[in-house]
Ligand binder design. Structure first.
Ligand code: GTP
Ligand code: MG
Length: 307
């Protein structure tokens, strides 16, 4: 390989699993640390469905952040696969960083996650990030931190605001210093391992999460069916949105197609910016009852079926 040179001896590299309850701000944190959008974000829980890696360079250290789906009590096959993807991410990592929404505090899901982390403690260090500190007064933060430390012996803890980029420099430095010695696993200029077809589907799904409500976002999935390169440097991208019921399809399409047009418009703008080239996006909505129990739909999301 041509890229290898004298600097290699001091290199460090490690995997950090970002874990937490749904909506804690894990993906926001991963994007903020990576300095670009690699994982979609929304105000609704259960936004992230599969593991997404972001690669961060910090001097001689390569930090591979693994964004994971929020951990909750799963019901559907989709939910079970999401939660096992999250725990699988923790298993493969050198570190786990538990992200806790400081505003919501020590909720039942957070307790349950800590309980399980405690049973695997000793295998790898667990760090704590109290997120969304911009939303609460400092006085309430310290008792919460103390309570969390009483439940688990976190090796390091941080008070951060992922969306306001507060406290992230210290976190980044500590992470870099903690990476074990070893060769880099990814090319220096690779930001994420998400293929463009997946990125396109995720960006469309983000708009569905943002523009529809109640049960609709969680009963929709998006797959890129076709990616066609054009001679002028642009690309045509055809995505299918699967929903569970006719009513959900009607909501996504909207009156005279207004909603689907707006979903498409915003997703196209975002993709064009992220990929730095014109994208022509075509969306198609299909009713497909029970897609969230279907193995092939879950495989399209890169989720291994674990039951
Ligand atoms: N005020 C404030 N909001 C935040 C902060 N970090 C994240 N958020 C918001 O919290 C919501 C959830 O953020 P996500 O990053 O999607 O959360 P997540 O943990 O990845 O959620 P799942 O993928 O569903 O598990 C979004 O509306 C974010 O804008 C923060 O530091 N401060
Ligand atoms: Mg997420």
């Amino acid at each position: 390989m041509s890229g290898e040179s004298e600097g290699e001896a001091g290199r460090r590299c490690g995997f950090v699993a970002i874990l937490g309850a749904p909506n804690a701000g894990k993906s926001t944190l991963v994007n903020a640390l990576a300095g670009t959008k690699v994982s979609i974000v929304s105000p609704k829980p259960q936004t992230t469905r599969f593991r997404i890696r972001a690669v961060l360079m910090e001097g001689e250290a390569q930090i591979v952040l693994v964004d994971t789906p929020g951990i909750f009590a799963p019901r559907r096959r989709l939910d079970r696969a999401m939660v096992s993807a999250a725990w699988g991410g923790a298993q493969d990592a050198d570190f786990a960083l538990l992200v806790v929404d400081a505003k919501s505090g020590l909720t039942e899901p957070v307790r349950a996650i800590i309980e399980k982390l405690r049973s695997v403690q000793g295998q790898r260090p667990i760090w704590l990030a109290l997120n969304k500190v911009d939303l609460i007064p400092r006085e309430t933060l310290l008792p919460l931190a103390a309570e969390l430390h009483g439940l688990l012996d976190f090796a390091e803890s941080f008070m951060i605001s992922a969306s306001k980029s507060q406290g992230l420099d210290r976190l980044r430095e500590k992470l870099a210093a903690a990476m074990p010695p070893g060769p880099w696993m990814f090319p220096e200029d690779e930001l994420s391992d998400l293929p463009n077809r997946m990125l396109a589907a995720e960006v469309v799904r983000e708009q569905i999460l943002r523009q529809t409500h109640e049960e609709v976002p969680h009963h929709a999935t998006v797959e890129t069916e076709m990616w066609t390169e054009r001679e002028d440097g642009s690309a045509r991208v055809d995505c299918t949105i699967y929903v569970g019921r006719a009513g959900q399809k009607a909501i996504i399409i909207g009156e005279k197609g207004a909603r689907i047009r707006e979903i498409g418009r915003r997703a196209r703008l975002e993709l064009t910016e992220l990929l730095e080239r014109p994208i022509h996006l075509f969306l198609n909505v299909k009713e497909r009852p029970g897609w969230d129990e279907e193995r092939s739909r879950l495989r399209a999301l890169g989720l291994e079926d674990e039951g």
